[in-house]
Design a protein around this ligand. Structure first.
Ligand SMILES: C[S@@+](CC[C@H](N)C(=O)[O-])C[C@H]1O[C@@H](n2cnc3c(N)ncnc32)[C@H](O)[C@@H]1O
Length: 303
């Protein structure tokens, strides 16, 4: 989940003013985290991603590190919006055309416009969603946003421990794992740096889902600017890596790609070819996003 569209979810907002754009001096405002477990001495992935999307769920340390990242890769905010559009279009297609009613979104991020449960439930009210993230601030916002939605839950958890996640009673109570599920791993696998560990995680999760389930995946593609930008993350002990096209394609081994399959970010289209989210996620200069170094795709689990 990240951004200002649903930023008005209540008291957790870290800044007093409405909207903060990169390079604004937000540091003038004293920032108090909404809970003592929120560490504002170190940058966090979810909060920096929120900053790229123009959101306000971020702190001075996040904005400073994000600004260094943007020096190396100024197009990152367009990449973040393109990624959100992919997520929205995928969920809309899965709910509308593939009849999916269960979504398991790991590395869900902070609440933003058109969160997964909102998109899925706008197609089918009874769609059930489990969000997972390892960032405590995401839980704070999710608790507020989801308080009145019995069909959506949030779990604090780690993608690095897929068996633990799959064994959680809350997950099993909320989703029926004998029925198809859409597993969303959107812009999160880059934080699992070891290739084999990342492939094993995806396989463990997919193996736990029945035939007719889907994997939705996006991943940054190896590229000079992305590498320089990710070096900022590594220096800040956040980690993260890009992968080559071949390395990203391996995530789809044994699965059935749908529509255009795994495609370059700017070339991906929903399997039914209908793009509805342009008005929600304006992408800016089309020339800039044409070169966006990322891959997007949906695959079905058939067995
Ligand atoms: C770049 S954001 C992507 C958010 C959302 N999936 C999207 O595409 O808009 C990555 C998210 O993954 C979360 N994350 C990173 N590593 C994780 C891990 N090992 N387990 C769970 N969440 C993780 C971060 O906290 C962050 O919220």
């Amino acid at each position: 989940m990240s951004q200002s569209g649903t930023g008005n979810v209540g008291s957790p907002d870290p800044v007093a003013e409405d909207e903060r754009r990169p390079s604004e001096a937000a540091e003038q405002v004293e920032e108090r985290p909404p809970s003592p477990e929120i560490d504002i001495s170190k940058p966090h992935i979810a909060r920096m991603y929120d900053y790229y999307l123009g959101g306000k769920h971020n702190y001075a340390i996040d904005r400073q590190t994000a600004e260094q990242f943007l020096k190396a890769w100024p197009e990152a905010p367009i990449g973040a919006r393109l990624n959100r559009r992919f997520l929205i279009e995928s969920v809309r297609w899965l709910a509308q055309e593939a009849g999916i009613r269960q979504f398991f979104d790991i590395g869900s991020g902070l609440p933003t416009q058109q969160n997964v449960h909102e998109v899925a439930q706008s197609v089918a009210k009874d769609s059930r969603v489990v969000y997972v993230d390892n960032d405590p601030l995401v839980r704070v916002h999710a608790d507020v946003l989801l308080a009145t939605d019995p069909n959506t839950i949030f779990l604090t958890g780690d993608l690095r421990e897929p068996e633990e996640l799959l064994g959680r009673p809350e997950l099993r109570d909320h989703l029926d794992l004998s029925k198809p599920v859409a597993l969303l791993l959107v812009a999160v696998l880059q934080f699992i740096e070891d290739n084999q560990q990342a492939y094993d995680i995806v396989k463990t999760l997919c193996d736990a889902l029945p035939a007719g389930s889907y994997l939705v995946l996006s991943h940054p593609l190896k590229d000079e600017s992305v590498e320089q930008a990710l070096a900022v993350y590594r220096r800040a002990n956040i980690g993260g890596r890009s992968r080559t096209e071949e390395e990203i394609r391996r995530f789809f081994d044994g699965l059935t790609p749908v529509g255009c399959g795994l495609a370059r970010a700017a070339e991906w289209t929903p399997p039914d070819g209908i793009t509805q989210s342009d008005n929600v996620i304006p992408l800016g200069d089309p020339e800039a996003f044409k070169k966006m170094p990322g891959m997007f795709g949906i695959a079905r689990i058939d067995r």
